[in-house]
Design a protein around this ligand. Structure first.
Ligand code: SER
Length: 342
């Protein structure tokens, strides 16, 4: 039952009817999944959103239906979508960049095998599908500043290769089978609700957590490493806006550049020092993650997303910092799970 359809309908980029009514989320316990599932349930109703993950400890994410699904098992994924009566699959299950680089075979199997299974389920059941791409879909040769929507994409990491392949596969399913596939090239995402795991942009989240916990942080990316970032509430809203957007306005589909800021470690530290003046930032560079970051753009051009479906980001760096620090202060960090601290 749709709780507040007009939340998404009051928008010139959205048609006067809802696209998503019954949603299956894979990887629902991951970094994006926790926030997105909660927001989807707030809009579309708790029972309308089936959360799934390979892990069973759904804990606080259990505010609605949950099912164990390994996306490598295509039949199980299709069955979950069918049983739920899904019209939309939000496919999030994937390895992030640093983990993918250390386990490239698994990254290919999970990121591409899992996506193919989700696309097949969408084709067979007539669902629309969202899956995230990433700034990692670019590489050497891509313009680093004002990175265009349509440009050279020759990534050199397994994660990036899986993201470009994913974009192409989603386009293929749209053109060949008419599956309504849509995606976003996410920058580094920052959330106080869920720890990231195995990404290259995770340092930004770690810095906020460490600032609150100990007043200091040692960054594994060096000074001057500019990367796009976005606060999780903006990321979540952008998924919903894109999925509810009028298809006839979309010239692109897989996947749109989106970003809210271009920052390096020092910029985040300066923003934190407005609230924690003694905050200390030091550097202990990890060559693997530094090399990954050096291959990514500094600042994306998100004008196609703005023009075609009204993308906008509410939080700038200081707005995000204030919200992160106030949410992280005075509560157990990530429910006592401090594994992300370096
Ligand atoms: N945040 C991701 C990572 O660092 C990029 O998509 O892997």
């Amino acid at each position: 039952m749709l709780k507040d359809p007009y939340v998404v309908l009051k928008d010139p980029y959205v048609r006067r009817e809802i696209n998503m009514r019954r949603i299956l989320v894979t990887g629902a316990l991951g970094q994006i999944g926790r926030d997105l599932t909660a927001r989807l349930r707030g809009i579309y109703g708790h029972d309308a959103v089936l959360a799934s993950d390979i892990r069973g400890d759904h804990g606080e994410a259990s505010s609605g239906p949950f099912r164990l699904v390994d996306v490598a098992d295509g039949d199980a994924l299709c069955e979950a979508a069918k049983d739920h009566g899904a019209d939309t699959i939000i496919h999030l299950a994937a390895l992030l960049s640093a983990t993918a680089e250390s386990k490239p075979m698994l990254a290919w199997q999970l990121n591409i095998g899992g996506l193919l299974n989700a696309l097949e389920a969408a084709r067979v059941l007539g669902c629309r599908l969202f899956t995230p791409s990433s700034i990692a879909a670019f590489g050497a040769g891509t313009p680093k500043k004002g990175t265009p929507q349509d440009t050279l994409q020759r990534p050199s990491t397994m994660y990036g290769i899986s993201k470009v392949s994913g974009e192409l596969l989603c386009d293929y399913y749209f053109h060949k089978y008419g599956v309504d596939t849509r995606g976003l090239r996410f920058p580094g995402l920052i959330s106080h609700a869920a720890p990231p795991g195995g990404g290259t942009t995770d340092y930004a989240v770690d810095m906020y957590v460490s600032a609150v916990k100990s007043g200091q942080y040692r960054s594994y990316l060096g000074p001057g490493t500019f990367l796009d970032m976005m606060y999780m509430p903006d990321a979540v809203e952008s998924v919903i806006r894109l999925m509810e957007a009028d298809a006839t306005r979309l010239k692109h589909r897989n996947a749109f550049n989106v970003t809210a800021m271009s920052v390096d470690p020092e910029a985040i530290a300066s923003s934190i020092r407005r609230r924690i003046p003694d905050f200390r930032l030091e550097y202990d560079i990890d060559p693997v993650r530094q090399a990954i970051a050096d291959g990514w753009p500094d600042a994306l051009d998100a004008s196609a997303a703005r023009e075609e479906w009204g993308f906008r980001a509410k939080y700038d760096l200081d707005g995000m910092t204030d919200d992160m620090l106030s949410n992280l202060s005075g509560k157990p960090l990530y429910g006592g799970n401090e594994a992300i601290l370096q």
